[in-house]
Design a protein around this ligand. Sequence first.
Ligand SMILES: Cc1cc2nc3c(=O)[nH]c(=O)nc-3n(C[C@H](O)[C@H](O)[C@H](O)COP(=O)(O)OP(=O)(O)OC[C@H]3O[C@@H](n4cnc5c(N)ncnc54)[C@H](O)[C@@H]3O)c2cc1C
Length: 499
Amino acid sequence: MRIIIIGAGVIGTAIARELSRYETDVVLLEKTADVANGTSKANSGIIHAGYNADFNTLKGKLNVKSNPVFDKLCADLKVPFKRIGSFVVGFNEQDLKELKKKKENGEKNGLNNLEIIGRKQLISQEPNINKNAKYALYAPEAAIISPYELTIAYADNAVINGAQVVLNTEVYDLYFEDGKISGVKTNQGEIKADLVINAAGLYSDKIAGMANDEFKINPRKGEYHLFDKEYGDIVNHILFPMPAKNSKGILVLPTVHGNILIGPNAYDTNDKDELSTTNKGLDEILKGARRLIPEIPEKGIITSFSGLRAALDSGDFHIDFSKNKGGLINIIGIQSPGLSSTPAISEMVVQMVKDYSNSEKYNLKLKKDFKQENPKLPHYYEYEEKEKVDEWQKIVKENEDYGEIICRCEHVSRGEIIDAINSPVPAQTIDGIKRRTRASSGRCQAGFCGPRLLKILSDQLDIDPLQVSKKGSGSQILKARSKQLILEKTKQDKKAGDQ
Ligand SMILES: Cc1cc2nc3c(=O)[nH]c(=O)nc-3n(C[C@H](O)[C@H](O)[C@H](O)COP(=O)(O)OP(=O)(O)OC[C@H]3O[C@@H](n4cnc5c(N)ncnc54)[C@H](O)[C@@H]3O)c2cc1C
């Protein structure tokens, strides 16, 4: 049985990994040059505790079911993950009432450790918090993760277990036979399929439309500022304000790699590809974050970015078979807490696949040799403490590429970059290396290591340096060889002189 998954975000890759446990042909198609190139690369990176969404919603159920799974999952897949807990911060008695309601909802959802704390306890945990903050709802289960590293790790594990990840392949139509899916049409040709899973994120409504299933995704933008690690200890937990009308409000949180992230705001837009940031929006998030941490230093910002929520009018996730055609599963409206819900979403979808396969007499069987874990690769940043330096020296002795630091801000060695280019889903772009190794994600934002990364990529992939791109076709870094430019300039000057 061949199962095609459309879209290599965190949802598509998690499903690919879960399906790769079975004796079946799994093909994950992604239109861009890498996995984790959509919404899964640009979000808050929180594994939510599960007090927010109503348990009667699908997203509420799936979030709560997934949260406890992450410790083992991240240990298996070698994904950075920290269970640091969260505070929803209240400033007055009205906020306290809302916090109590949230706590009740969380308890209905099965969370037993929620606690409302007062100002003294809050300040002892978060010394930089606004001095007017009076109360907070504490959720110890909330955690932080690197969302793109999780996505890449799911995809790597799926490939290790026999799935195929096919990049630069855009599905532009589905085709059917006797009312059932028969395959997909892509820019690389047709691919036959017995079952198709639509995990196309912002474009999942368009894919569903190919089977006449009507949905409308409303993209909602959220902007962020990322701060230098120098300010990484300004907060210890995930800090939420009281929620806004259509979002959880502007947060302040540490990242798993020791930066500080602030954002997001929330703006409806019609454009599913427009990821620019605006001065107005960025000012708004700085102002919002300062309501929680007044001393946030603007000079600490190293980059800004935005992500797009794929919202349905219902506000809930939609995960179901197509109403019109057999063999198509639509996964639509996976906005927050989508990342937090991936284990339960993939489990639910695999159950649907099993039911369908039984009804079609394919009967999926578990593989005997499924590899639960990804290999542990060396990362210098994990060995920087004094006690571990000798261990790193041993690694360098075995392979001297680990002894050459290419990214000075994040301390990434040549060996780590080469590992990324040779990983199960290989990094083939500068962004691909960045998301797998952190090279170029530090304070200088590729100012120092950019040209060196380009050289390593061109050498390792054996391609012309002019072909090396930031994120795939159309984003090549170099325009022309300097000699070629000089020749062209000389020609132009000569022509101008002759006239
Ligand atoms: C601002 C913001 C903050 C968030 N914060 C959190 C949070 O803290 N915690 C949390 O749990 N959730 C959070 N979320 C939600 C979470 O990011 C999403 O639920 C999750 O990333 C959705 O993943 P996905 O795989 O559905 O979509 P995507 O990551 O967008 O993946 C879809 C993929 O499909 C591909 N694709 C589309 N069309 C085609 C086609 N025709 N052919 C082939 N490929 C195609 C795209 O290129 C893309 O790679 C946040 C979202 C946003 C925007």
